[in-house]
Design a protein around this ligand. Structure first.
Ligand SMILES: [Zn+2]
Length: 396
């Protein structure tokens, strides 16, 4: 008996999407920088989604699509994205691509408007910083900081200030400034590596006490921050709808919490740089590039962190969200002057950066100052009485 053999042919009826080029090759997510994707057969009603580093796919919102043609798409990359994206056709066929490397990640907030004449519209806005203290920025109230801890936190604030002009001031507080847990609750929606990110929620029946302070303190694991985290950042953001149905959005106040324990200068300094990065409006970032916002990695700001910080500042200095007063640049980058001879500076396996975060030199044990032009440098792993520190030096 003869067998019937069926041969099936699949015909591809729809042409498939192809990407030929992407620019730029490094880009900020959530920053409103435009990514241009050139190629073929993008269609007109297809969708595009970006993978985030928790493995989920971020939808792209209406105002993030700047233009869509069959051979070119222009978009803003959503907050928390990695470089991977996919185009999904109306027939639900998915095409995966690798796009630009994400160099920093600025917090966004998305809102849906369901009842406009053109149907629903999902809108994303980026985070702003404001003049919260009447002095042009935010005052950070430090509780329980002294000696090396105080120095490390101050140095981290000054480091961000020096390279971005961000207006943060420090005051020393007391136990009375610690958050009252009955007036607010905190939820942590993301713990990655050693850092947790969360939101403060107001308990509507009680006044916030102390009012809206940006408190930095040492807290109890499992109570003030998840027990698996070494430090945490939480904030309250405020937003408003403006006339053209768009939202504006800013940091009202924040808290930074270090888990109580035995913090050394270097560890507290680099953790403070990371948590202050959240207070500046950054989310975490994947490991494609050096960044202090890579959870658990980095000991100094990279050029990408600095570029991202300057992007946030440029945006915040340019307009006033929700009629709040906009932030003012703080220009008080100070070089602490201390007496030591450069020849006496003991370093072991150190990196030397310029103030823009660019790695200038890697040194084994002795810095050859002839290799450096005049300027201000950040030097890691300086040994001072047996302790590792970070030094700034000015060479004339
Ligand atoms: Zn973090």
């Amino acid at each position: 008996m003869k067998k019937l053999i069926y041969i099936l042919f699949f015909y591809i009826t729809a042409s498939y999407s192809q990407v030929s080029s992407i620019s730029p090759s490094f880009i900020g997510a959530g920053s409103e920088e435009v990514l241009t994707i050139n190629g073929t057969n993008f269609g007109s009603k297809n969708k595009i989604e970006f993978k985030n580093f928790y493995g989920y796919w971020n939808p792209i919102y209406d105002n993030q699509i700047r233009s869509w043609e069959d051979n070119q798409i222009k978009i803003w990359i959503p907050y928390n994205s990695t470089r991977e994206f996919k185009i999904i056709t109306t027939d639900n066929v998915e095409y995966l691509f690798e796009g630009a490397i994400i160099k920093y990640n600025i917090k966004n907030s998305s809102y849906g408007f369901g009842s406009s004449s053109s149907g629903s519209f999902n809108y994303v806005s980026r985070l702003n910083l404001i003049d919260d203290n009447g002095l042009g920025g935010y005052t950070l109230t430090l509780v329980g900081f002294e000696g090396e801890h105080l120095q490390a936190f101050k140095d981290a604030v000054e480091r961000w200030n020096c390279v971005t002009g961000i207006n943060w001031r420090i005051e020393l507080g007391t136990e009375d400034d610690l958050p009252d847990r009955t007036s607010t609750t905190t939820t942590f929606d993301n713990t990655e590596g050693m850092c947790a990110i969360g939101k403060i929620k107001r308990n509507s029946t009680k006044e916030i006490t102390p009012e809206d302070k940006n408190v930095v303190y040492f807290g109890e694991g499992g109570v003030d921050l998840p027990s698996s985290a070494a430090a945490a950042h939480t904030n309250i953001t405020e937003s408003c709808v403006i006339e053209d149905n768009t939202r504006q959005y800013y940091i009202s106040y924040f808290r930074i919490i270090f888990k109580q324990g035995n913090w050394k200068y270097n560890n507290l300094y680099k953790t403070a740089l990371h948590e202050l990065g959240h207070a500046l409006g950054f989310g975490h970032i994947g490991g494609d590039i050096p960044s202090i916002m890579y959870p658990g990695g980095g000991s100094e700001l990279s050029q990408y962190d600095i570029e991202g910080g300057r992007n946030v500042m440029a945006h915040s200095l340019s307009f006033s969200p929700c009629q709040e007063v906009k932030m003012n640049r703080l220009n008080t980058c100070i070089l602490n002057v201390s007496d030591f001879s450069l020849e006496d500076l003991k370093v072991i396996k150190t990196n030397i950066y310029n103030l823009s975060g660019l790695l200038i030199l890697t040194v084994k044990d002795k810095i050859n100052y002839e290799d450096l032009k005049s300027g201000i440098y950040i030097i890691e792993n300086v040994y001072d009485n047996g302790r590792k520190r970070i030094h700034k030096i000015a060479l004339y």
